[in-house]
Design a protein around this ligand. Sequence first.
Ligand code: ATP
Length: 359
Amino acid sequence: MKTVVALGGEGIGPEVVDATCELLVASGMPVTVLTPPHGAAAQASHGSPLPDDTRRACETADGVLFGAAGGPPSSAVVTWLRWAKGTYASVRPVKHYPGSSSPLARPDGIDYVIIRELSEGLYPGREGDLADLARAMPELKDKVGTRVADYGPGRFAAKVVTRAGAERVAKFACELARRRKARGAPGKLTCITKSNVLPQSDGLFQQIVAEMVKRDYPELAHEHFYVDDGARRLVRFPQQMDVVLTMNLYGDILSDLGAETAGGLGMAPSGCFRDGWAYFESVHGSAPDIAGRGIANPTGTILSAAMMLDHMGLTAEARQLEAGVARVYRDGKALTADQGGKASTKEFTRAVLDAYRAQ
Ligand code: ATP
């Protein structure tokens, strides 16, 4: 029996996580689901959004499934799961399931993975006052030669790329591309940066990725696009992508874009990894506009659970669950409102359970 810790978080998070967990249990998989206190409720009852016992439960479980973060209590949960635990690779499959509502005329065959570097870049939020930066680095100049000290009052944000950080996520991406190639994918790594504008930071990332593919993974094809061109290509030529590796903030944006092209934000799953630790969550956020109405699409969370099952070694169950989701979209009878249907979260989930059993 495997143990899963489910943390719903906020907004639609609890609705889609509860539905997914009911499905896992009802399906008869060898899985026990624990729902320890967290977020606002734990803040009220335990004085902490993530009590020690909840952390320990996550650390000892075989899998961790998170819903969505909203305000400070649930943000503290994801801050721990993601940043404090040192995950550095967010794996975000972008796959079209026929029957889902893509805005593209020809979405068939979209099946690639975005890997978002999760620990560096701009996202960790090292911001400050420009006057402090000017004091620390009085000779720092921009491209036209103006010193930061001469800008006047303002703020700055620091983008960080380390050699070690870029190498570990590049290796992660190459290994994934290699595994996908063994299963019939083209075996291509697409790196996306803005190295023409940021040759030192983005340039280092691009260079490390290119060198690693050439040196250690000669069987993989490799290409690089600037992020503006990359965004265009993800819309225009999504079927040409296999594994797309990009930096933290670009990955945040491009994975929402990719999710929409494939069928909708509510369908996109993810897993966040570091060596020896992973947790799984849908790409979407707390969607406060539809929270509490029972109409959220749980597909992103169900597919995140499938990724989690795969990670836990329940590979057959993971495949069967994904096949169940695909079948519900193909049938088109129990789709949620974001997909043009009338089904509630629970009705959709019930249809996936029936399709899972029918596989
Ligand atoms: P947050 O700030 O927590 O990221 P947000 O509202 O900015 O939340 P998302 O929660 O990612 O962004 O969602 C954006 C919109 O997409 C939502 O307002 C909602 O209309 C739609 N959406 C997102 N997820 C789903 C879903 N699972 N089912 C249906 N619609 C969804």
